[in-house]
Ligand binder design. Structure first.
Ligand SMILES: [Zn+2]
Length: 506
């Protein structure tokens, strides 16, 4: 007799269902696992019999073969302990009829018979729902996460013993229905805490509204990190689908227990490898770019990052996703975020500062800024030069009527809605052709841009950037048409290329 139990595995941030089947036969007691079991799954051979015996049940003195299908998928992770235990013990238990119908089980077992939560439960529960399964058996610590999926009955247990008793109809489970909220915490960081830096705040508003990538350049301690950290708090509210995507990533990376009501903010150290940034390893773990999906990826001291690591972000910046080629196939990971890069403008940090003079020679400044050119800078629409706060600002002697994040967020949301209604995506996601199309129709604007191009004030690539940003500025104003003042403001955020650094330093 063969008993089948449904469970699931991860493929990137997607769940895949797996069937665990156990067959008992007479013969020398033996326990074998077949079906491409990897390290942690093979260890189930040790954990499962010990956990069953610790629960007060006898491990069958039989020849037991456990097969996991489909056979071509590599079985990774420890969550298969529970379905293996149920499949092996099903014949010994006096199970209530139909208890295993429409059910998916996923949890790790301790040697003492406790059920432990697993990472990446949410995508598996979603896969179960898509396949028409309606009940999940999980460890208590995973119960809230499983209950995020609507239409699924969650049965949670502390121990294998209580789960077996429930299967036999002798005990109760802790059951949960749909609970859409994990926590209602909101970020405590507010833009009103930043004194001055009005240009950076304006750029942050534009970045959030248009999903534009942002470069903050300025001396140490001028508040680059403070601005970046507050950016997720003014981005438009997440749609339910976006929220589920963010939760799915948090589930896979084991961060779902923390605050996930807000958009993510990730700030990897500059020593991060490309695998750390875009994902890799065995079993494959998503990288920082995927963890930042739906939020902000902050690269502080961007010039210090390894070139190879930065270049690995190119696909994420262009397509909002990452494809990793594996022996088993191509894995797609979501990676749509606002990139905020921060840097000193020069080695001493005070190039362009009004508070302190820069000690670097113009060629040194140019060389320093050139280090950041390349694929990353090509995708950054907004470049902002911040200055160190003045002594009055430091001492708090200036007027503070700084706008709180909540007010900025309202404006951002309004602008984003206009863009979505017009073109179905944020302005920052427009390609070159669509960006150029924004300038059509207005002869005044066309003339202005022609002159800027002819005088080499703008490059063709820079033109696309300026148009995307000016469209967002117009949306923030609620203006249907693009006006010259929108373009002029957008021109302020064009990159400081080494050439204009040299020109202005001369
Ligand atoms: Zn300098």
């Amino acid at each position: 007799m063969t008993i089948q139990v449904q469970t699931g595995l991860l493929w990137g941030v997607e769940g895949r269902l797996v069937t665990v089947e156990a067959e008992r036969s007479k013969g020398i007691p033996f326990f074998d696992l077949v079906g491409l079991a990897d390290g942690a799954v093979r260890e189930a051979k040790v954990r499962v019999p010990r956990a069953v015996e610790a629960s007060g049940y006898a491990w069958p003195r039989r020849r037991i073969t456990v097969n996991m299908a489909p056979a071509h998928i590599k079985k990774e992770g420890s969550g298969l302990d529970l379905p293996i235990a149920i499949a092996c013990m099903a014949e010994s238990l006096k199970m209530v009829d139909g208890r295993l119908d429409g059910l998916v089980a996923l949890a790790e077992l301790g040697l003492d018979g406790r059920l432990r939560g697993v990472q990446g439960l949410l995508p598996v529960v979603e896969a179960a729902k898509r396949s028409g399964l309606r009940r999940v058996l999980v460890a208590t610590e995973n119960a809230r996460e499983a209950a995020l999926v609507e239409g699924i009955e969650v049965h949670a247990f502390e121990t294998l013993r209580s789960l077996f008793l429930w299967l036999e109809g002798k005990g109760e489970s802790q059951s949960f229905a749909f609970l859409p909220e994990l926590s209602s915490q909101t970020s405590k960081d507010c833009f009103s805490e930043i004194r001055g830096q009005e240009l950076a705040k304006r750029a942050a508003t534009i970045a959030a509204a248009g999903a534009h990538h942002l470069l903050l350049s300025g001396p140490p301690g001028c508040g680059k990190t403070m601005v970046a950290r507050r950016l997720p708090g003014i981005m438009p509210p997440m749609t339910p689908a976006e929220r589920l995507e963010v939760l799915r990533v948090a589930s896979v990376t084991g961060k779902i227990a923390h605050d996930v009501s807000a958009r993510p903010f990730r700030s990897p150290h500059h020593s991060v490898t490309s695998a750390g940034l875009v994902g890799g390893g065995r079993p494959l773990r998503p990288g920082e770019a995927t963890s930042a999906h739906g939020g902000v990826l902050f690269l502080d001291e961007v010039g210090e990052f390894r070139r190879h690591a930065i270049e690995s972000l190119r696909q994420a910046l262009e397509e909002g996703r990452l494809s990793l080629v594996r022996a088993e196939g191509v894995m797609e990971l979501p990676a749509r975020f606002i990139l905020v890069a921060a840097t000193n403008p020069c080695p001493c940090g005070y190039y362009g500062s009004e508070q302190r003079g820069c000690r670097c020679s113009p060629p040194t400044v140019a060389r320093y800024q050139e280090r950041m050119s390349g694929p990353l800078m090509d995708r950054i629409d907004l470049h902002v030069l911040l200055d160190a706060p003045s002594s009055k600002q430091v001492l708090g002697q200036t007027e503070t009527n700084a706008e709180p994040s909540a007010v900025m967020a309202q404006r951002v949301d309004g602008a984003r809605c206009i863009a979505l209604e017009r073109q179905g995506c944020a302005n920052g996601d427009l390609g070159a052709r669509e960006s150029l199309a924004l300038a059509l129709g207005d002869p005044g604007i066309n003339d202005f841009l022609c002159q800027a191009l002819d005088r080499h004030l703008l490059s063709p690539r820079g033109l696309c950037r300026v148009l995307r940003v000016s469209r967002t500025i117009a949306d923030l104003e609620g203006s249907q048409h693009l006006h010259l003042n929108h373009l002029l403001e957008a021109m302020n955020f064009r990159p400081m290329t080494p050439r204009n650094v040299l020109a202005s330093a001369a």
